[in-house]
Design a protein around this ligand. Structure first.
Ligand SMILES: Cc1ncc(COP(=O)(O)O)c(C=O)c1O
Length: 277
């Protein structure tokens, strides 16, 4: 496959969806049709494609939540052509969305699943999960300088234990609370576009105009800066999205405080902005 192919399919989906009335549904499903009708017909023989890599919810791309039938349909497409489906859960995994893995929300079991970030609560660790048929390699087939670090592995065991004992449920519960509050804020703030997310993986898109969805990138950066000065650390993603990806230990009162600080920063940036004619 063209090395940029997967990225392009994702970008195409996003661009299409942002143009359409349907936020991400039409674009994501258009992306699937595009793989079948353009990529596999004109660009690459599916026989030559080893794997399709996909994030169940786009991270850096803008915290894009696809419609629930997108991943199952992509899995079916991969199966139809005998291609591995690799689900990258490096941002979405380890309880962040309220389930251990985001693909569980839509009943998809990938051939290969990749993990990192939250897996060891900040200690450096990554993991690739697949069934025994794919993971039984000859000795020496795979080497890694830092692989198997016992301290990082122990941190991962402790993390998994905490997730199973309540942090996953906390992510779901506090995430729903934050999502509701942020969605309610939309009516009060003209810079707010789409608000979306699952569990404690929430994206707030800032737009200059809700009709055209012109990205408010400068304003997004100003809001992040103001939040940082007020003690709330947020990170951008996509063109003009602010991501909320707090620790899964977040308490409801802390979430409320974060939402309040965000609203204050947003209101300050809105009031400084020259109104559009
Ligand atoms: C979704 C996703 N996949 C893969 C990576 C790369 O992960 P690593 O830095 O562990 O190699 C990142 C890093 O930000 C990511 O967000």
């Amino acid at each position: 496959m063209d090395p940029d192919g997967e990225v392009f399919v994702q970008q195409q989906s996003v661009v299409e969806s942002q143009r359409g009335g349907d936020r991400h549904g039409a674009g994501a499903l258009h992306g699937l049709r595009w793989i079948r009708e353009v990529v596999f017909r004109h660009l690459v023989d599916p026989e030559e494609v080893a794997a399709i890599f996909v994030e169940p919810i786009q991270g850096e791309g803008g915290y894009i939540v696809p419609p629930p039938d997108f991943l199952p349909a992509l899995a079916a497409l991969a199966r139809e052509f005998g291609i591995f489906l690799v689900v990258d859960e490096i941002q979405t995994g380890m309880g962040r969305t309220g389930r251990m893995f985001a693909c569980e929300h839509v009943g998809v079991t990938p051939d290969i699943l990749t993990l990192a970030k939250g897996i060891a609560s900040g200690l450096p660790l990554g993991a690739m999960i697949a069934d025994a048929a794919r993971m039984t390699w000859a000795p020496g087939a795979h080497g890694n300088t830092f692989g198997g670090n016992p301290i990082a592995c122990e941190a991962a065991r402790a993390t998994i234990n905490l997730l199973e004992k309540g942090l996953m449920q906390n992510a779901e519960k506090v995430g729903q609370r934050m999502l509701r509050q942020l969605q309610a804020m939309q009516a009060r703030h003209r810079l707010m576009g789409d608000v979306r997310g699952v569990g404690l993986m929430i994206g707030v898109e800032l737009v200059r105009d809700r009709e055209t969805k012109e990205p408010a990138t400068v304003e997004r950066n100003q809001v992040i800066q103001r939040c940082s000065e007020a003690g709330l650390l947020l990170l951008g993603c996509g063109q003009s999205v602010i991501r909320f990806a707090p620790p899964l230990t977040l308490k409801p009162a802390e979430a409320d405080r974060g939402v309040t600080l965000f609203e204050e920063a947003l209101a300050a940036v809105e009031s400084e902005r020259t109104p559009r004619r």
